[in-house]
Design a binder for this molecule. Structure first.
Ligand code: SAH
Length: 233
């Protein structure tokens, strides 16, 4: 989708893109393309496709939770900053925590935040399971896009979520939620809402799953990654 198509599509999901945000997206795109020549950030480099599959797609999260009412958002396995950076551009009041196991991606994200003037962002170079173990019940919204299977992701991310707040999974064609009954129960989660939709411009099917943390997660989670992987919940 072209820039004007992006702006129109965002309006339909109640996201309003002013010149300031558009300038920030333009700068973000330029940095993404330049850095992508040196370090592997994304396979999508065409502007129209980035608009659709990175920028618009990231913002669909705001259709399942009112981010204007939340204080903090932790993006686990943020990679090149999706959805975290895009959400921060449009909801600048959020305290943003970007977690990734690869330091070179975080170095890119630091430059992006500096160049775009995004403040109140933390860059965490760690494996999600380690970060999660040490930062229990800390964030309002925890999310992850394209990081791992949902049952694994739930164990990695749920400890980070404050009680009565949310983990939101951003999934493609399959939400995988039907396979996660046990993990959902065991980790203290309740499914609050599921949304299935098509991205515009034939961008494909997407699923958002909003899980409320209705009770504290047992301290035994997250387990060691080898256990999570070999014996998933
Ligand atoms: N969320 C981004 C990136 C997806 S690629 C997007 O949707 O475009 C997955 C990213 O998760 C990679 O950058 C990888 O380094 C990171 N990752 C995978 N497993 C992780 C883990 N256990 N802890 C921290 N980061 C992890």
């Amino acid at each position: 989708m072209k820039n004007n198509e992006l702006i129109e599509a965002l309006k339909k999901i109640n996201v309003f893109c002013t010149q300031k945000e558009l300038d920030q997206l333009n700068k973000y795109f330029e940095l993404l393309i330049t850095w992508n020549e040196k370090i592997n950030l994304t396979a999508i480099t065409d502007r129209e496709e980035v608009n659709l599959k990175h920028f618009y797609d990231s913002l669909t999260l705001s259709t399942i939770v009112d981010l204007s009412k939340e204080n903090s958002l932790c993006d686990v396995g943020t990679g090149a900053g999706f959805p975290g950076i895009v959400l921060k551009i449009f909801f600048p009041h959020l305290k943003l925590i970007l977690v990734d196991a690869l330091n070179k991606r975080l170095n890119f994200l630091k430059v992006v935040c500096e160049e775009l003037g995004l403040e109140n962002v933390e860059f965490i170079h760690a494996r999600a399971e380690d970060f999660s173990r040490q930062n229990r019940e800390k964030y309002d919204i925890v999310t992850a896009r394209a990081v791992s299977k949902l049952n694994i992701l739930l164990e990695l991310c749920t400890p980070l979520v404050k009680e009565n707040k949310y983990f939101i999974a951003m999934k493609g064609r399959d939400s995988e939620v039907d396979l996660c009954d046990k993990a959902i129960l065991e980790l203290g989660l309740t499914i609050e809402k599921k949304i299935n939709f098509e991205l515009p411009y034939d961008g494909g099917e997407r699923n958002l799953v909003k899980l409320k943390k209705t009770s504290k997660t047992n301290k035994k989670y997250p387990r060691k990654f080898s256990e999570i992987k070999n014996r998933p919940l």
